[in-house]
Design a protein around this ligand. Sequence first.
Ligand code: UDX
Length: 435
Amino acid sequence: MTHITVIGTGYVGLVTAVGLADFGHKVTGVDLDTSKISVLQKGKSPIYEKGIEECLQRNIKAGRLDFTADIADAVSRADVVFIAVGTPPRPDGSADLSQLESSMDCIADNARNNTIAVIKSTVPVGTNRRMQERIFKHNPAAKIELVSNPEFLREGRAMQDFFHPDRIVIGTDSQEARDVLEKLYSPLNLISVPFVWCNMETAELIKYASNAFLAAKVTFINQMSNLAEVVGADIHAVARAMGMDGRISSKFLHPGPGYGGSCFPKDTRALAAIGDAHGVNMSLIKTVIEANEQQKMRVLDQLKAMLGSLTDKNIAVLGLAFKSETDDIREAPSLTVVRELLRASARVTVHDPAAMDNFCKVIPNLTAASSSYMALENADALLILTDWNEYRSLDLRIIAEKMRGRVILDTRNVLNKSLIKEYNFIYRGSGYRLD
Ligand code: UDX
């Protein structure tokens, strides 16, 4: 049985550990954060992710999955070490690789010969090769093959993405590593998942290019949506018709308050920094980054225009997570918007089905409502920022009863509009006008 150690139990690492254990491998998950490890050892998931806890418990019970904070020991027992540590952005946008470097040094010191090290973390092009060199410099006797295997999972659908990926990308020059990885992922052959075998640099660039393209696609539809509002077009019809063109596809054409999350903002900035470092013009992606910031600020401008002024207004903000089905607020538009609302002396009440605790840790002293309707008590304006399903079924009659004002800014177009006029709401969605 192949013994796998996964360093880092964040979103990517934990899903990888749990998923590989479910394939039937023996997996040890490691993290420096001992509190996280003790939660995991009890079969609890520190992240909110559909299906993960059940899969975690099933594999712990079957004896295939365990967790430890002893990285050196876990590495020394592994045939394959996956590295899924954070690569957070530094102030200039470039990636901070210190966690990756210390993982590499630990592998160089402790791994058995012929161990394969697989980097899952998103890293600047050229990093995998540099890490390979780092291992040999650190320990010239070490015989370790490095593989780049970028992860494309989406939060909220991470388990489903692990078991049904669109593709698996593996960058390596080593035939032995290829054979081991092929075997490791062999359950995916049964469902005919395509494999892309390439060199490390190609694998690294595939990840950045994919995320940057998607971020650009979201930004594109956001700007079309802004235009549609002004010229009297309906962005839903525009997006649907665009999506009928197979070259475009209908996915990622939903307008909103700007993209957020742990990947798009970080990866677009890193890609711009990689371009700069190599003297290659990345003007397109730099424009995407700037346009996304403008899109978040546009929410404030719209709300201000609808209310006259934000000062002393009661604003109910529904939806804090950067998207639905997650408790993650990293780089969420809600952070910018709520901070700016507070700066403008508005009174803010927030609600989110999953992300409230995380949000209130970052922006304390807010009124956190225990239900969406509670958030609306005496509100002058309702602002929806995340496309949670539960907001789709909000009853406008109850909303009208609870609110003292009539302003609704529905940036994700989730509300049922049929009664908007009946209750005299001053309503704005994204990308169309309610006539
Ligand atoms: C993304 C990539 O999809 C994934 O492949 C990669 O590995 C990590 O980054 P994730 O960050 O989980 O995954 O979120 P995703 O579902 O892609 O959404 C990113 C952001 O774009 C969210 O803020 C979302 O609300 C926004 N978005 C997405 C839109 O505003 N409109 C859309 O049509 C799609």
